[in-house]
Ligand binder design. Sequence first.
Ligand code: NDP
Ligand code: 8X3
Length: 252
Amino acid sequence: MGKIACITGATSGIGYYSAIEFAKLGYNLIITGRRKERLENIEKELKENYNIKVLSLNFDVRERTSVEDSLNSLPSEWKEIDILLNNAGLAAGKEPIFDGDYKDWDQMIDTNVKGLLYVSRVIIPWMKERKQGHIINICSIAGKEVYKDGAVYCASKAAVNSISQGMRIDCNPFNIKVTNICPGAVETEFSMVRFKGDKTKSDATYQGYTPLTGEDIAQTIIYCATLPSHVCINDLVITPTAQANATTFHRE
Ligand code: NDP
Ligand code: 8X3
């Protein structure tokens, strides 16, 4: 049935734009997210605009049983997944560790780390069986460097960084590529989620410079996904030109 990409967190931002870029290349898509109506609208949009098949799976990556039941219920032809884009994730809150909210910590660790593992645990054996596949994990520059008031988000992404390395080693005998992508500032719903709807704080994140867009990261993902079969980008850090590292921005 042609190539298949499975994208977690396709209801907005990087995941949404990646779905569009993969659709342009003719990939059939499995798209996931918690917001059911959005997911269904995106499924409709993709089917109308591109000549591809789309399946939407509405689950929370933190709920292991839902992840397993949902993915395992896929028809067998849909299990032949070529690309797994582990993108679903978030930051919740930004404060010193001693003021941190337990619920935010749980949400970040459960989503960014455990959710990514739950999805991968189901899909990797299918890739292993077919001796082909490409896992693209959306990490962050926060997985490479720690910044003030971001200890737990940074730790969750440092875990993704390590998991990507471990996956690459374990999947190495099975012709499975693993790419870890670490973006700096990308203007999506990310900051509105992090600051819990505080638009002033969210807007301030992107003030005085041109941030990356979801499309920029989607195109980078496509670059990694379309290289010859013997070439694998292992690790890629991408920032706006105005961002030198996790904390240094040139703002006008
Ligand atoms: P968005 O908030 O726009 O998108 C996040 C996506 O993740 C949404 O589709 C959301 O879907 C999904 N998601 C969040 N929690 C869950 C959950 N528990 N179960 C299922 N899906 C979930 O942000 P981005 O596009 O920016 O973020 C995508 C990834 O990129 C994240 O992993 C983020 O950490 C990472 N990243 C972002 C950067 C940035 O500056 N924006 C920079 C570096 C990395 P729904 O709410 O429908 O469930
Ligand atoms: C998102 C980028 O710098 O806000 O992962 O952590 S940052």
